[in-house]
Design a protein around this ligand. Structure first.
Ligand SMILES: Nc1ncnc2c1ncn2[C@@H]1O[C@H](COP(=O)(O)OP(=O)(O)OP(=O)(O)O)[C@@H](O)[C@H]1O
Length: 612
């Protein structure tokens, strides 16, 4: 099962269901109608035995009376059936409406949860809550809560009528009530426990499904199908084990309760019959009493079995509401300082950036600092390259800039303003990133690009498409730019996906551009073409580029060398070749040493070169 215990909220009481009450807002009228139909249908059902009592006590002596009785029965039946149908329809409609609202609210909320949340919370778990827990609520809210209300009302009504009909016969009921309640409470608790485990295994199943299918190519390439299947099978076995236990408790409880209930009814029949034989009660009274007793006991056992399901419902509600309790990104940051709106226009000049003593550790790896006391100034319009071995901290710096995480110490300033003081939306509107692996959504190529700036004109889209060389492969597709690319863009090559990501950045026209190994998926020819597009893109805007291939960044204004989270040197390519041993070594490995591209690389006079 999943190792992280905080992902598994448990519930010992049902008060969590009360938290669904705010979702009734806007449905009060329907809910009042529902309560009315609930009352009327219960009243109708409880009135029927009175007819039987009347007929039995007075005997069927006249055909006229029989006719009236039949008509009354028909009208009462019709009334009850109508009220019941209205009750069920309203319960289902209100229940489904509440679940739809809740689901929508939870989805909107998880979309805004920050990177640290997704570090410790598997996406499969979130998906499971939005699917299987929602399903429990969808079927349970009307069925279980509605059923509980109806059975509770019928029980109270039937008990009252039993007391008013033959009060003496109610007394034996007190004998079996305590064991009956105890059995049902105990069974309910056990069922709740097993249901919770069942849900946990279902969540694991979802997480494993998601992981395996997301990485299907890797699973297949590494011939891990059998291992993935075995993991899945193990979850199913555990799941079925919980189902088996739950059924065992359910069957045991209903057998024992059934035996107690029918024992009680037999005693009541015997005692009631004795009263009739001795003239102390009438036949009709006894018949009505027994019908009410049957109604009361069957309501009681329905409530007993619903008790277990109520726990399931409470568990599912708690899981979904727990997601709503997670703090979204904007709130986290604005708690630090009040948000200050920033006017953004595409005509704005390039931004300046400052990293002041920035250190950071990932929440999931608190023992290792991914960045140590980084001090770095990036001038407006400057292209600053970040180089360093894998894991040096380049992408982490970008994540901090995008405020996926907040620095542990220090500040990042954009145009002199702390990122924490900016509204997240405003900050990210000013930045475009071309990541190492472009994420393509299942929609047309045009829409994939347009998501960077939905309001962009057709002409702007065309320009971005041409500059990023998307047109070269899009023209060969059946519907050109309108071609729907499959889930995650499986129909596209890595290079084609990257070109779409570059087109997105071009269309976004940001003040700050982040290129995180943007051309690593391209072949030499495409890389050359894209470099031209990137030159357009980086001109006149502040750019941060991470690259392993130095050839792609020798023309950057300055290059920052990172090593295990430390900024060890900063300068132009020439300066670094001269003064920075790790950089020289790096360059020589790539044939760019002092005899290579050095001579062509620019050497900005005031580069602010230093080595730490
Ligand atoms: N989500 C994460 N959780 C925990 N540690 C992480 C996470 N992402 C990166 N790290 C760690 O932080 C350090 C810096 O990683 P980062 O991804 O910033 O390196 P990088 O220089 O971008 O590497 P690459 O060139 O391979 O992309 C590494 O030690 C890495 O293992």
């Amino acid at each position: 099962m999943a190792a992280n215990p905080w992902q598994r909220p448990t519930t010992k009481n049902f008060s969590v269901l009360l938290k669904l009450l705010p979702f009734l807002r806007g449905r009060y009228g329907l809910f009042a109608l529902y309560l009315l139909s609930l009352l009327l249908s219960a009243a109708g059902s409880l009135a029927l035995p009175q007819g039987a009592r009347f007929l039995l006590d007075h005997g069927i002596v006249q055909t006229r009376m029989l006719l009236i009785a039949s008509i009354v029965l028909f009208i009462l039946g019709l009334f009850t059936v109508t009220a019941r149908a209205a009750r069920e329809a309203l319960a289902t409609w209100i229940g489904q409406g509440i679940v739809a609202d809740l689901r929508q609210q939870v989805f909107a909320h998880v979309l805004r949860l920050p990177a640290p949340f997704y570090e410790s919370f598997r996406t499969g778990e979130v998906i499971s809550r939005l699917s299987s827990d929602v399903t429990i609520l969808r079927f349970g809210l009307a069925g279980v809560l509605g059923g509980a209300l109806q059975s509770g009302l019928t029980l109270v009504g039937a008990l009252l009528l039993m007391v008013t009909t033959l009060p003496l016969l109610v007394l034996p009921g007190f004998l079996i009530l305590p064991p009956l309640v105890w059995i049902n409470l105990r069974a309910g608790r056990l069922q709740r426990h097993y249901s919770r485990l069942e849900q946990d295994y279902l969540a694991d199943l979802s997480a494993h499904t998601e992981e395996s299918l997301n990485g299907i190519r890797v699973v297949q390439a590494m011939t891990q199908e059998t291992a993935a299947e075995a993991r899945y099978r193990a979850d199913i076995v555990h799941l079925l084990e919980q189902v088996r236990r739950r059924i065992r408790v359910q069957v045991g409880a209903s057998l024992v309760s059934g035996a107690l209930i029918f024992g009680l009814l037999s005693v009541m029949l015997y005692l009631g019959g004795w009263l009739v034989v001795h003239g102390r009660a009438q036949m009709g009274m006894l018949a009505a009493f027994l019908i009410y007793a049957l109604m009361a006991t069957s309501s009681l056992s329905t409530l007993g079995s619903l008790w277990g399901q109520l726990g399931r419902l409470a568990g599912a509600t708690e899981r979904l509401l727990a997601l709503l309790d997670e703090t979204p990104e904007e709130t986290r940051a604005s708690a630090v300082e009040p948000p200050i709106p920033v006017a953004v226009s595409h005509k704005n000049p390039p931004a300046s950036l400052r990293f002041v003593d920035v250190s950071f550790r990932y929440p999931s790896r608190p023992d290792i600092a991914a960045l140590h006391h980084i001090d770095l100034d990036v001038a407006p319009g400057e292209t600053l390259a970040l180089v360093g071995a894998s894991g040096a901290g380049k992408s982490t710096l970008f994540s901090l800039l995008l405020r996926h995480y907040l620095p542990e110490t220090g500040h990042i300033l954009l145009d002199g303003q702390d990122l924490r003081a900016l509204r997240l939306h405003e900050l990210r509107r000013q930045i475009a990133i071309v990541p190492q692996q472009a994420v393509i959504f299942s929609m047309s190529i045009a829409d994939n690009i347009r998501m960077a700036r939905p309001e962009a004109t057709e002409a702007a889209l065309r320009r971005a498409v041409q500059a990023a060389r998307v047109d070269e492969f899009a023209e060969r597709l059946p519907q050109g730019l309108q071609t729907h690319v499959g889930e995650k863009g499986v129909a596209l090559s890595g290079g084609q996906r990257q070109r779409i990501a570059i087109a997105r950045a071009l269309l976004r026209d940001p003040r700050i551009l982040i290129l995180d190994e943007a051309t690593s998926a391209l072949d030499a020819e495409n890389e050359r073409l894209i470099q031209e597009a990137l030159a357009l893109l980086t001109a006149d805007r502040t750019t941060l580029v991470a690259a392993h291939r130095l050839a792609t960044i020798v023309h950057a204004h300055r290059i920052a060398v990172l090593d295990a989270g430390h900024l060890i040197a900063l300068g132009t390519h020439r300066e670094l070749l001269r003064e920075c041993e790790p950089y020289r070594h790096f360059a020589e490995l790539q044939g760019l040493g002092s005899h290579g591209a050095l001579s062509q690389a620019p050497d900005t006079e005031e580069s602010g070169f230093y080595i730490r």
